[in-house]
Design a protein around this ligand. Structure first.
Ligand SMILES: [Ca+2]
Length: 364
């Protein structure tokens, strides 16, 4: 009975008779659709992260055969039934499939089938009833999670090497089951001081300290600050210690304090670009604030803006900032620059060339 039905439906898409394989039959019931997308999954683990939830315990799948053929439309317009033919020769499918049915571009139904097989000869019918499209989260590029409500654990389709689909690969993601917006360096701050071949702050991943932010060697060796563990504490100490060499930049000042909104332009050496700069550390005591931006592609210049707090307090002799930049190779840890900023008496518009040589600290 079922085989005959499959054959009739398969005829519509030109596949029957000698076409051995699996027929995935999507049954919409009251749900009509004009497009169905198939997510064939291979299980890659149990833990994943979504846009809104970290450390979800469920079933994580990597998508198989992600090409355009995975989305099909009913032949004669919107329908609640569709058959998808998987030829017998197809390798690697059959563990799990999730389907998303949509109408006019809006998802309306979702369904699944697990543990089915693509037979080497003959047919198999796989029934996939749809339920309302609900409890589904999509994010990034083609990542999807479904918090199934019928007593089964949540599932997700995510890349094997990026369990939260945030673009940070698991090899250097401090927490690969907790989503962080791309470029949001504050989401997963480096936590460990790695003292291996390079001095860097990073994360412990599988027992190894994996560098994420390269810092000058004195960060690891300056005896005055060895007891400070976090990046912020260590640099707060280094900023007031001798031996933490850095160039000095000057900013126009009135009555000894930089004027609100004044900027310091930092031209990088070696034709390097200030791409996606992030303030890893700044001496912000007394309400002073700093922001950093890229002066523009091709300029090779970072711009630090200084903001006065609501109740101005003395800026002091100088203040220090540590800025990280996108690495030239995206897989590498982030290089940094460490500088001092000093008020320049005279006026808000006074300028003076920096003193000392700026170096970019890359990891070795
Ligand atoms: Ca990740």
């Amino acid at each position: 009975m079922k085989l005959a039905l499959a054959c009739v439906l398969a005829t519509l898409v030109g596949a029957c008779a000698d076409h051995a394989g699996a027929y995935l039959e999507v049954h919409g019931g009251s749900i009509a659709f004009d497009r169905v997308e198939f997510y064939f999954g291979k299980q890659i683990g149990t833990e994943f992260g979504t846009l809104t939830q970290a450390h979800v315990n469920g079933v994580a799948y990597a998508r198989q055969l992600a090409d355009s053929d995975l989305a099909v439309a009913p032949k004669d317009g919107p329908s609640s039934e569709l058959t998808y033919y998987v030829p017998a020769a197809t390798k690697g499918l059959g563990e799990y499939v999730m389907v998303i049915a949509s109408l006019n571009g809006t998802p309306v139904g979702i369904g699944e089938a697990a543990g089915w097989k693509v037979p080497a000869s003959g047919y198999s019918i796989v029934d996939i009833p749809l339920e309302a499209y609900d409890n589904v989260e999509t994010w990034a590029t083609r990542c999807i999670a479904w918090n199934r409500k019928h007593g089964e654990p949540p599932i997700a389709f995510i890349p094997t090497d990026d369990r939260d689909c945030d673009g940070e690969l698991s090899a250097r993601d401090c927490d690969d089951a907790a989503y962080c917006a791309p470029g949001d360096m504050s989401c997963q701050p480096p936590r460990e001081l790695c003292t291996g071949s390079s001095c860097a702050y990073g994360c412990m991943i599988n027992g190894d300290c994996v560098p994420r932010v390269c810092v000058p060697n004195f960060t690891c060796t300056n005896p005055a600050c060895l007891d400070r563990m976090t990046l912020a504490d260590r640099f707060a100490c280094l900023a007031t210690s001798s031996g933490a060499d850095h160039p000095q930049y000057f900013v126009g000042a009135a009555a000894g304090n930089p004027c609100d909104g004044n900027t310091v332009k930092i031209k990088l050496p070696d034709n390097r670009e200030c791409t996606h700069p992030y303030l890893e550390f700044a001496e912000t005591g007394g309400g002073w604030m700093f922001t950093v931006a890229d002066a523009g592609a091709g300029t090779g210049t970072c711009v630090v803006t200084i903001h006065v707090g609501p109740t101005p307090t003395p800026f002091g002799m100088d203040r220090h900032v540590l800025i990280s930049l996108d690495p030239m190779n995206p897989q590498d840890p982030r290089p940094t620059i460490f500088i001092g900023i000093e008020p320049l008496s005279g006026s808000c518009t006074s300028t003076m060339a920096p003193m000392g040589t700026l170096q970019i600290t890359d990891c070795q």
